[in-house]
Design a protein around this ligand. Structure first.
Ligand SMILES: [Zn+2]
Length: 524
């Protein structure tokens, strides 16, 4: 009987597993008990081949492998290595003392090599031993957790030699310098787009979901990709949370250390529901929305995503997490992300204003209608992005109505950081997280602000829920300006302009002026 420590992945969390092997006389055989999944049961074949090709002996006995605790479902091939060592120890080829204070995680190749498994970061964090032995390909990733000292070996053969005292531990592979983080794109490279830039700044400052509507080639994607450069860095705890999810999703992590950069994920509209939301076969994987946790999920060409996929976004947007159910289990993944989406105003790519294209009104309405009302309602900011003016493109420094267009990301990020600090003093990460009942206390209205909202409510242009969203945005606008006290008329007016229903280009016939770029603001 031998016991070896390891860990298995449930969702994005590691759980310690104790691999117990009992070898008894009787007909030679091999049995795994303790809730193993299919790939776990197959470990028999890999383990046997690896042991034999490493020049070791396969026991001619009845071998029973118990994976404890039995209540946790064991998935994947990460237990291979621990099973192999427990078999060798039970057969007397390794002494039990050699395995003390060590835990093992890794898949075995038929040739005995140690292979990478997804989720090494949460797995290494879960083991209760002082040392964890992992495959070389994920040794650096395991080093990101501090709970255990990381050891590695290229193959079972080398590992057994080390454990028998025949040689020292091999060195860890060097941190991959080529994996240095790339420079983020900068707002200084965006010409014109004064209103789009302002919307981006308010979105970053308040954590508000942002929808940009505009013709093809107007720079919506260019703006969205500048968002990570405006957001505050993650705290070390948040960075670890992000890295855990990415590790479980099989995304290669920066090897130099934990990245403090908020994640930015931009899945293509042809992505499957599983890759977007999470799920999969035997092992339930986190989807893109969870990989974007604590960062940005950018959906370009929003109207091209299948409606059922978009419907699946509503629960995570509401709760900040997603529960993926399969026959075998239900797993919750974190999914607190900022949703940024871009779409054309018309199928043909024109800007959607009357007369801008020859498509029928009904076809244009159908295109917009692909985004359901409830999803549309989640966007605190809905702005129209236009093609930049010719003058903006040609003049060296540009010249804008609202802010200097060539302002670099660092200057905007400084204002965003101030606004985020104000939100933290209210006990939330960003204003978008403020509860409705706290708004009367935290975001009181000035008489002018109240009159503006009253008018919109009476006109039916604003719903009760919309009212709360506008107040949160107005509070962010006020924070960005470093103002305190009740929300002014200007704060409210900008918040209303940033949530323009006309941004979708189908309601502009109501006689209301197009409520977009800074024009209304200067009038106030
Ligand atoms: Zn059209």
């Amino acid at each position: 009987m031998a016991t070896v420590s390891s860990a298995t992945l449930v969702g994005v969390d590691g759980h310690p597993v104790s691999v117990e092997v009992h070898a008894s006389n009787g007909l030679p055989g091999f049995r795994v008990v303790g809730l193993p999944d299919a790939s776990c049961r197959e470990s028999r074949d890999r383990v046997r081949a690896a042991i034999l090709s490493s020049g070791l002996r396969w026991p001619q006995q009845r071998v029973t492998v118990n994976l404890a605790p039995s209540g946790v479902r064991k998935a994947g091939s990460g237990l291979d290595l621990a099973v192999a060592l427990a078999v060798l120890a039970a057969d007397g080829q390794l002494s039990a003392s050699a395995l003390e204070s060590l835990a093992f995680v890794g898949e075995l190749g038929l040739d005995g090599s140690l292979r990478r498994v997804p989720g090494i970061l949460p797995l290494a964090a879960a083991v209760g031993e002082a040392y964890v032995v992992v495959p070389p390909a994920c040794a650096r990733e395991a080093c990101l957790v501090r709970q255990a000292t990381v050891r590695t070996a290229v193959s079972l053969k080398v590992l057994v030699e080390v454990l028998r005292g025949g040689r020292g531990w091999p060195e860890l592979p060097p941190a991959n310098a080529a994996f240095e983080e790339a420079r983020l794109p900068d707002l200084a490279e965006v010409r014109g787009q004064a209103f789009g830039r302002q919307a981006l700044e308010v979105a970053a400052a308040g954590g508000h979901h942002l929808l940009m509507v505009g013709p093809a080639g107007s720079g919506k994607t260019m703006l969205a990709t500048r968002l990570p450069g405006l957001l505050p860095a993650l705290s070390p705890d948040e960075a670890l949370e992000v890295a855990k999810v990415h590790s479980a999703a099989g995304i290669e992590l920066a090897s130099g250390g934990l990245s403090l950069r908020p994640p930015f994920r931009s899945p293509h509209h042809s992505a499957s529901a599983v890759s977007l939301i999470g799920g999969g076969g035997a092992r339930i994987r986190p989807g893109e929305i969870s990989c974007a946790n604590l960062g940005v999920l950018f959906l370009d060409e929003l109207a091209e995503f299948p409606a059922p996929v978009l419907d699946n976004l509503r629960q995570p947007l509401e709760e900040g997490r997603v529960v993926v159910c399969r026959a075998s289990a239900a797993v919750a993944f974190p999914a607190r992300f900022m949703l940024v989406a871009a779409m054309n105003a018309c199928r043909c790519g024109a800007d959607g204003s009357p007369g801008s294209c020859r498509c029928a009104d009904s076809s244009r309405a159908r295109y917009i209608g692909r985004i359901s009302g409830p999803l549309l309602d989640r966007f605190d900011l809905r702005v129209r992005v236009r093609r930049p003016d010719v003058e903006d493109l040609l003049s060296p420094s540009g010249g804008g109505a609202v802010r200097t267009p060539s302002e670099p990301s660092s200057a905007v990020a400084a204002r965003v950081a101030t606004a985020r600090r104000a939100a933290q003093e209210r006990g939330v990460r960003s204003n978008a997280e403020l509860s409705s009942w706290s708004l009367d206390k935290l975001a009181p209205l000035s008489p002018a602000g109240r009159r503006l909202l009253e008018r919109r409510l009476r006109d039916g242009q604003l719903s009760a829920r919309g009212l709360d969203r506008v107040r949160r945005v107005a509070l962010t606008v006020s924070d960005l300006g470093g103002r305190q006290g009740p929300l002014s008329g200007e704060d409210v007016l900008l918040a209303l302009a940033l949530r323009a229903p006309g941004a979708l280009g189908v309601e502009t016939t109501s006689g209301a002026a197009d409520p977009l770029p800074g024009l209304e603001l200067t009038r106030s």
